[in-house]
Design a protein around this ligand. Structure first.
Ligand code: ATP
Ligand code: MG
Length: 563
């Protein structure tokens, strides 16, 4: 099967400000071989926003015959863990990308330290004894200049000695900081003597107890890019104001100088794209972990049944912009449906069952039908579907007092049971609460294979499952986690208030017997109900659990508009 959205296709026609810049740099001979990287901090699971950054950096590299590294930005051991490193690798691969080098910022701790010493020797960095509060105060504001630290003019010799003693473990957390010596009155606050190293007496997941000082993001990031000979360092807009510092470090050190280019973060309605907030959802038990199918994490989307190709196609479609914006959830649904439509086998399952009794059906008779797995693909073969005198049909497919345009079942009206016979409703039964329990009907014995006994047309078609053969399975239906399209704007206690109570509804679905053989990871189109994914985590042999990935149409949005 060819895939126009395959992750590694070469989209020569794709044009945007990043690709234009790369083309120009290649044409002018500024670079020969494109090198990009994706640099996550292993302090949480990747989310849909990261999927966009991954798609961009990996696609750009492959389109221009270059390379892309996966780099763990592991400079903050407090919040990082191997668990996250492993998950990130798995998620990137699941998306369909393969890195050239797998690297860690912590691999460069030695080089970073040596470079810091160089800056100290050149009088461009100093050890500051001020407390965090004093430094924050001395920084000034956007409208007022900062003030120089009383320790700013230490000699290079003294700074070198103190810095080495910082590394040797002579100081407690917060006691000393290495700062770049730039300009305390600079219009850009990031250049007002930014911190390069702080003392953190912490065990690091990779370097163990070798280090008790750790580099700050701005110091580690650009230098890591430089070491890897990154040509174009693609990052999100919030780093735009850090670019002058990125450039300053490379220039002062006289090392390979990558070009940093910023693009807008991906935001999707009803989704949070902040690891910190997603962690809260997990820790406060609002969801069943990072891979809960309602989570916007890559593994959440995966367990929801969103195919990686659909996610990548979505990321490519939204493209890159210079201004932050928010995309509709229905756009992701569109790509998901578009991918699944031609690749899933059809099945029948009834999610809200009521009984249909065919009064003139020969007692005990079972007709086994050969039904195509995929009506548009002969090679997909068939499965056997049993038809009997008692079936489950969906509650929504019957109305006791229907409006005119209701083409499903109602008293004296006729519908076709998909792949089966045409039936005419003769009556129905209700329980004490007035809910319909059973619908009675007669069938036309000559109505198999789309015909009827007298050639009359039967307009409506409904799905069904033989009651005797039905397999009961849990079907999970999802709605967005939040009632607010912009949940990121809410925090604190209000966060809990905007969580929807109906974000997951579990139905006891009556499924056709072939679904007994569903394996974890299989995707199906349940006729008229949506696309479902057999959950590998909770399904057991003979006891599948299905997650609705997406409806056939944008049902919830319509319902919302009405409500
Ligand atoms: P968070 O705030 O959720 O922790 P982060 O930016 O700190 O996100 P990192 O692990 O540092 O997470 O991100 C790795 C890369 O992914 C960075 O280059 C970052 O710019 C990019 N990225 C993160 N979030 C998004 C997003 N919503 N859209 C596009 N790119 C993103
Ligand atoms: Mg970050």
């Amino acid at each position: 099967m060819t895939d126009p959205a395959a992750p590694n296709d070469s989209s020569e026609t794709t044009t945007d400000f990043i690709r234009d810049r790369i083309r120009a740099d290649l044409a002018e001979g500024k670079v020969q071989q494109i090198q990009t990287r994706f640099p996550p901090e292993p302090n949480g699971y990747l989310h849909i926003g990261h999927a966009k950054a991954i798609t961009l950096s990996f696609s750009v590299a492959s389109e221009f015959g270059g390379k892309c590294n996966l780099r763990m930005d592991d400079t903050n051991p407090e919040k990082e863990a191997q668990e996250y490193v492993d998950a990130i690798k798995e998620d990137v691969r699941w998306l369909g990308f393969e890195w050239d080098d797998m690297v860690y910022a912590s691999d460069y701790f030695g080089q970073l330290f040596a470079w810091a010493e160089q800056l100290i020797e050149k009088g461009l960095a100093y050890v500051d004894d001020q407390s965090a509060e004093q430094m924050a105060q001395g920084r000034g504001t956007a409208h007022s200049a900062g003030t120089n630290s009383p320790f700013r003019d230490r000699s290079a010799e003294e700074n070198l000695d103190l810095f080495r003693r910082m590394k040797a473990g002579e100081f407690a957390d917060g006691e000393k900081v290495l700062r770049a010596k730039i300009d305390m009155a600079h219009a850009n606050l990031n250049l007002r003597d930014p911190a390069m190293y702080r003392v953190r007496n912490l065990h690091h997941q990779r370097t163990g107890d070798e280090w008790c000082i750790y580099p700050m993001y701005d110091w580690a990031h650009g230098q890591s890019d430089s070491i890897e000979r990154v040509t174009h360092s693609l990052c999100t807009l919030e780093f735009e104001h850090h670019r002058p510092l990125y450039d300053w470090y490379c220039e002062q050190l006289g090392i390979h100088h990558p070009v940093q280019i910023e693009f807008a973060r991906l935001n999707v309605e009803y989704m949070l794209t902040s690891k910190r907030k997603l962690l809260r959802l997990v820790e406060e038990n609002h969801v069943d972990g990072w891979d809960d199918p309602r989570m916007p994490t890559i593994r959440g989307l995966r367990r929801r049944g969103v195919p990686p190709e659909a996610l990548v196609a979505f990321c490519k479609h939204v493209g890159i912009a210079k201004v932050n914006g928010t995309h509709e959830l229905s756009l992701l649904d569109f790509f998901t449906r578009d991918w699944l439509n031609t690749r899933t086998w059809r099945r029948m399952a009834v999610l809200d069952p009521i009984k249909l009794v065919i009064e003139n059906w020969p007692a005990g008779e079972v007709v086994w039908k050969d039904v195509k797995n995929d009506p548009s693909d002969e090679s997909a073969g068939t499965r056997k579907v049993p038809f009997t005198g008692v079936a489950w049909i969906d509650r929504a497919d019957f109305m006791a007092e229907p409006p005119k345009k209701f083409f499903r079942l109602a008293p004296d009206r006729e519908v076709r049971l998909r792949f089966g016979f045409a039936v005419t409703c003769t009556g129905y039964d209700k329980d004490a609460d007035g809910n319909v329990t059973t619908v009675r009907c007669t069938y036309d014995p000559e109505s198999a294979n789309g015909k009827t006994s007298d050639g009359r047309k039967v307009k409506g078609v409904i799905h069904w499952v033989s009651a005797e053969h039905a397999v009961e399975a849990d079907a999970h239906l999802f709605e967005p986690l939040f009632s607010e399209p912009d949940p990121a704007s809410t925090d604190g206690d209000e966060f809990a208030q905007i969580l929807r109570s109906d974000s997951r509804v579990i139905k006891k679905a009556m499924c056709e017997p072939s679904l007994l053989e569903a394996n974890g990871g299989d995707a199906f189109q349940f006729e008229r109900v949506g696309y479902f994914y057999c959950d590998p985590k909770t399904s057991e042999p003979g006891k599948p659990v299905f997650h609705r990935t997406v409806g056939l149409k944008d049902g919830w949005k319509k319902a919302q508009k009405k409500g």
